[in-house]
Design a protein around this ligand. Structure first.
Ligand code: UP5
Ligand code: MG
Length: 187
């Protein structure tokens, strides 16, 4: 089955676009961030440690995320394809995931300025209850994205797997670009 990825900074609109994609293309959406947040909500001791890491805008260890995604894929084994959202966050994660779980066929990269991302996240923070939608953590998330995740996008760009999307417009405008990208890949 197909496995695509979404990439982009915090608040670039990955989750929002994934919801639209899933409706039209029948792929299974797996967000590593959402999987981590449900682990936190479970109230387990591990969840508590994860919450602290996410509150600092840092990355959760590779083994935990790998296991969560692998389990979610196993639970949806009959899917026609997976859209793995916001993952891998760093190179080593990507290399191991492709070797141990599934290769990556394409990457949708949602590109938008930090100013716009910050504005979106602060607005969401008014109601989301997310521990990381505040100015201090947003700054750290931007830093983590630049330092660790940008190189992942470059890695896939060298393999001609990246479709860069201007994610500054409306949800509909961005989805228009997503559709052309997916259709050009035969989806
Ligand atoms: N919005 C969306 N699109 C819009 C548009 N075109 N115009 C106007 N508004 C738009 O959108 C964010 C907000 O913007 C929403 O309110 C939306 O309505 C609005 P969303 O679609 O949620 O953006 P997304 O890119 O998905 O942002 P997200 O909050 O998911 O950012 P992150 O990538 O930082 O969050 P994630 O959940 O992936 O990770 C959280 C933390 O978990 C990380 O910081 C890290 O600590 C940990 N983590 C790992 O360690 N490893 C992982 O693999 C994953 C996460
Ligand atoms: Mg998201």
């Amino acid at each position: 089955s197909q496995t695509g990825r979404t990439q982009g900074g915090p608040g670039s609109g990955k989750g929002t676009q994934c919801e639209r994609i899933v409706k039209d293309y029948g792929l299974t959406h797996l967000s590593s961030g959402d999987l981590l947040r449900s682990e936190v909500e479970s109230g387990s001791a591990r969840g508590k440690r994860l919450k602290d890491i996410m509150e600092r805008g840092e990355l959760v260890s590779l083994d935990i995320v790998l296991e969560l995604i692998r389990d979610a894929m196993t639970n949806n084994a009959s899917s026609r394809g997976f859209l793995i959202d916001g993952f891998p966050r760093e190179l080593e994660q990507g290399v191991r995931f492709e070797k141990e779980v599934a290769p990556c066929q394409f990457v949708l990269f949602f590109d938008v300025s930090e100013a716009v991302m910050q504005q979106r996240l602060l607005k969401r923070g008014e109601t989301s209850g997310r521990v990381d939608d505040n100015e201090a953590t947003i700054k750290k998330r931007f830093h983590t994205f630049q330092e660790l995740t940008k190189p992942v996008i470059e890695h896939y760009r060298q393999q001609s797997k990246v479709v860069q999307i201007d994610a500054s417009g409306s949800v509909d405008a961005v989805f228009g670009q997503v559709k052309s990208a997916l259709e050009s890949r035969g989806l």
